[in-house]
Design a protein around this ligand. Sequence first.
Ligand SMILES: [Zn+2]
Length: 72
Amino acid sequence: MVTHMRHTRSQTGTRRSHHALKSPTIMLCKDCGQPKGKHIMCANCGKYKGKVVVDIQKKIDKKHAKKQNKSK
Ligand SMILES: [Zn+2]
């Protein structure tokens, strides 16, 4: 460390005063009312902006099938 790099605690603290994390915005799904992240597809019904983006039931079935195959 070089002398001119040295900062006081105050300078460091002032810089870090902008480093706080913001909590993610939680919204309620318009279709099923479950909480979901903003600009993120609803994990409960697979919809985004009122349109079905992911077939959740199909995904669940696939997951179960994979689990059953593993246990054999
Ligand atoms: Zn939903």
